[in-house]
Design a protein. Sequence first.
Length: 118
Amino acid sequence: MPCAIHGVAVAQEHVDPESAGLSSSVVALAWLRARGGVIPILGARTAQQLADNLACLDVSLPPDALARLDEATRIALGFPHDFLASADFVLGGMSGQLDLPPDRVAPLSAGMLSAVPG
């Protein structure tokens, strides 16, 4: 989960906050809010910083800016996730031979998940 300090650094690097008339902290907080499931904790020392941070409530970043920020913070999961996702350990190698309900998914050999047609 990204922290606010990291979010500000990424916001400065991948979105030009000054061109939008926003501070990098507003961009970072707006990005975290747009991700959903994340509640940013504001850390302001002055009333001006608090007012600046609260401005994120009125900001809606464009989809291309959100995509750039998401891509810049994507984390490679690595081992053991990649290893386990590349094989059919859960269903004992039998996923191709099972009639799974429509809400279940079967792992593909490439490590991606795909919905099994019902």
